[in-house]
Design a protein around this ligand. Sequence first.
Ligand SMILES: [Zn+2]
Length: 218
Amino acid sequence: MRGRLRWRPPGAALPGKVGLAALDFPTGTLLFTEAGSKKRASLHLVRGEEALRALDPGGLDVVDSSRADFRAALVRENHTLKRALTDPRLFSGIGNAYSDEILHAARLSPLKLTRNLTDGEIARLHVSTKATLIEWTDRLRREAGDGFPEKVTAFREGMAVHGRFGQPCPVCGAPVQRIVYAENEANYCARCQTGGRLLADRALSRLLREDWPRRLEE
Ligand SMILES: [Zn+2]
C-alpha cells in the first residue's frame, strides 16, 4: 500500500527509516521505500519468463478485453462487484480507488452480486471499466510528462467518489457515502448507484442499530 519507487540522481543515499533498497544505474538511482509501520512491500528476483509468470495472479487486462472475456471473469465466482473488480485473480490492476470510480461511472452498487447482473449492466460495467482505466492512465501520464511519477497516491483530485465521503457527487450533487470494512473503505453515491438506498456500514450500524438511516432522504 505504501511502497514507492523514486528516481534520484546517481549514487543517491538510501533514506534511513523508509529505505528498503537502492538500485544504482549509470543515469540514476532507483530507491525503493515504504512508509508506515506495516511493512508489506516486497521485491522479487526471478529468472526467466516462466518464473515471472508464476507471480502473475492471472487477472484479465480489461482495457484490451472483449465483452465475452470480461463477462467470463466477472461471473466465474459469485461475489460483490467491489470484491470481484479488486480481485487480481479475476481482473488485473484495479485497486480500491479505481473500483469505486468504475462502479460510480457504471451506476452500479458495490454490493451487487456479479451473478445477478443483467446483460445491460455487464455491458455498462465493461464500458465504464475500460473508460475509467484509460482516462486515468492518460491523466497520470500527462501529469508525469517525461519525468518519473512522484506523487503516488490513491486519492486524486478529479475523482468522483473515492476518498470524497460527504462531498457532493459530481453527477447529481448528493453527498458521497462510504462503507468501512477491515482496513478499507468503499465510496459510492446512493442516488446514482443504489436507487437512494444506503448500504449498511457494519461497524456504524451495529453501533447505531435502529438509528441508522436507510434512505438518502433520511
Ligand atoms: Zn450521484
